[in-house]
Design a protein around this ligand. Structure first.
Ligand code: ARG
Length: 567
């Protein structure tokens, strides 16, 4: 078991002081002391007693080495001894989990994320889903959970009839040449032909039927398109350094054979009804602007299945076959209503057992500097690969300016680590539900809340450790400087913060923490000489450098961001 944090140890002491009451002591970091327990206010309110009196009782029961004092209307200030802080730091250094608990043990989480569409370029929406989903997958795994990644790619639908028909009649090269941009170009042309030429449109519709009926030639052409697209996705994932691999792809086509049963079962359960030839599910609280109910379309009147039917089959599969305790959908906030209707339908059909949760994890848009949805210089939807290229190119300038003597291969490698890190961090650092402005210059800044600043603080600690040679033992009897105290207190919160990200599914909490940690590490390095300090202060400070570097690396790793030893 990992060593509990100081704040959780203090919280336990405060609750122990009032054994007859069940309450949250609300122990938080404070400007007035190391920690402050604020829970007496709420407890006093609920008991109809004076919070100050409760606080006084608690303070009297607490051990003198936490220096309890009552302040204001009933706060309890708590200050730890230097010895207690150093003992905790030594414990953390010996803890391979760095204090991260294992609350997810035994729990299976399915995460549906990334979800690009075949024969199309990936765009910024897929970038956000990929980055956020990947961070959540890493955090939940670290917290002891079993995480099943499901890349729900768009690989099925009537549009492929069009594309296959177009490719079979145009004398062009096979799908496996020319990459995604050629495929995306053909897709655009096929669409245009479909709209302009009724004969082509009719043949395309017959292709869809042939594809669904398993016609060998059509299925082979579809496979070629899927394979070519998957190669492109894999390439993007490699460049981004995310966990997703081809084995995680369970696309829409996977659920195709399961769709008729979805319709039958929903009809039999009375959850879905026939309506104008279609099969629909209605909701009391989902209505259009005219007050008319807006149904979830399970089967269209032409007999075709849509996006919703696939998601219904998917949720059922994930809960039953994959035995998920929790299913997360990391998808753009604009699909909130779709997921609400899908989950509600699955619940009404009795497909979601008690204790299992299905959750839409929404995120906002990436905006341009004009405050509108981000577009490229050419006005189109931004291609994800252009964003990666731009970030890496910008990072190359930062890296080369800092180290003019570096060889080209090292510059390349660092530029990738810094550029991709900056792109991910800019995405993760704001509350995911909000829209955020894409600002390449700001995200690569060496100062401010950027991954570059974090990577730089980490590399500073590493370079001191490299110059020192060996670290030493912590001497818990030494007095501490304020910057050392602040650093130890911040380091100690790491495990609690990771647990909080798992509980809230909000990666920005980790970024905020790492930014504060980088600041206290920087202040420590600027005010407390390490290598020049006399022994045994030197050994203690080296140990703090070591713990800070390890914690920073673990945190960046959970965000999917590299932590190079040098910058
Ligand atoms: N299970 C899901 N519906 N996942 C989200 C799929 C997103 C879809 N492929 C898109 O690009 O918009």
């Amino acid at each position: 078991m990992p060593l509990p944090s100081l704040s959780s140890l203090l919280a336990a002491r405060v609750t122990d002081a009032l054994p007859d009451h069940d309450f949250d002591p609300q122990v938080r970091r404070s400007e007035h002391a190391d920690f402050q327990a604020n829970g007496m206010l709420a407890l006093g309110r609920s008991l109809g007693r004076s919070p100050r009196e409760l606080a006084t009782t608690v303070a009297a029961a607490l051990p003198a080495d936490v220096a309890p004092t009552v302040a204001g209307p009933g706060f309890i200030n708590l200050t730890l001894t230097d010895n207690a802080l150093l003992t905790q730091a030594a414990g953390r250094l010996a803890d391979p989990r760095l204090g991260v608990p294992l609350p997810e043990t035994g729990r299976v989480t399915v995460i549906d994320y990334s979800q690009p569409n075949i024969a199309k370029e990936m765009h910024v929406g897929h970038l956000r889903s990929t980055i956020i989903g990947d961070a959540l997958a890493r955090v939940l795994t670290r917290l002891g959970g079993t995480v099943l990644r499901q890349n729900h790619i768009g690989d099925w639908g009537t549009q492929f009839g069009m594309l296959i028909e177009y490719m079979s009649t145009s004398p062009a090269a096979p799908a496996s040449s020319g990459g995604i941009s050629r495929l995306a170009g053909l897709y655009r042309d096929a669409r245009a032909a479909f709209e302009a030429d009724p004969g082509f449109a009719a043949r395309s519709r017959r292709r869809v039927v042939a594809l669904q009926a398993g016609d060998a030639e059509t299925v082979a052409a579809w496979h070629d398109i899927v394979d070519e697209s998957t190669r492109y996705f894999t390439d993007v994932y490699d460049r981004l350094g995310v966990l997703l691999e081809p084995a995680d792809v369970v696309g829409e086509s996977f659920y195709n054979p399961r769709l008729p049963a979805v319709v039958d079962d929903l009809l039999a359960a009375g959850v879905a009804v026939h309506s104008d030839g279609a099969v629909c599910v209605f909701f009391d609280d989902v209505r259009g602007p005219d007050g008319e109910p807006v149904p979830l379309l399970v089967r269209k009147s032409d007999g075709g299945f849509g996006y919703a039917a696939t998601d219904l089959a998917a949720v059922r599969h994930r809960v039953t076959a994959l035995r998920a305790d929790r299913v997360l959908y990391v998808v753009d906030a604009r699909q909130a209503l779709h997921f609400r209707m899908v989950f509600d339908t699955a619940r009404r059909a009795g497909w979601i057992p008690a204790g299992v949760t299905v959750t839409h994890v929404p995120f906002g848009l990436m905006l341009g500097s004009d405050g509108k949805p981000f577009r490229t210089r050419y006005g189109g939807t931004a291609r994800l690969t252009d964003l990666v290229d731009d970030a890496v190119a910008g990072a190359r300038e930062v890296v080369a300016a800092k180290n003019p003597a570096l060889d080209a291969a090292t510059v390349d490698e660092r530029a990738r680590e810094v550029g991709v890190g900056a792109l991910k961090y800019a995405d993760l650092a704001t509350n995911r539900a909000r829209d955020y402005v894409y600002d390449p210059a700001r995200m690569l800044s060496l100062t401010g809340n950027t991954s570059v600043y974090l990577q730089f603080a980490h590399a500073r600690a590493r370079s001191i450790l490299a110059r020192a040679g060996a670290d030493g033992e912590i001497d818990t009897g030494l007095p501490l400087e304020p910057a050392e105290r602040a650093l130890i207190l911040d380091l100690d919160a790491f495990g609690d913060v990771v647990a909080e990200v798992g509980a809230t599914l909000e990666p920005h909490r980790l970024c905020g923490y790492l930014f504060r940690l980088a600041q206290s590490l920087t202040t420590f390095l600027e005010t407390c000489p390490v290598l020049r300090a006399p022994s045994p202060v030197r050994e203690n400070r080296l140990a703090l450098c070591r713990l800070a570097a390890e914690t920073m690396r673990a945190g960046l790793d959970l965000s999917g961001i590299a932590s190079p030893d040098r910058l």
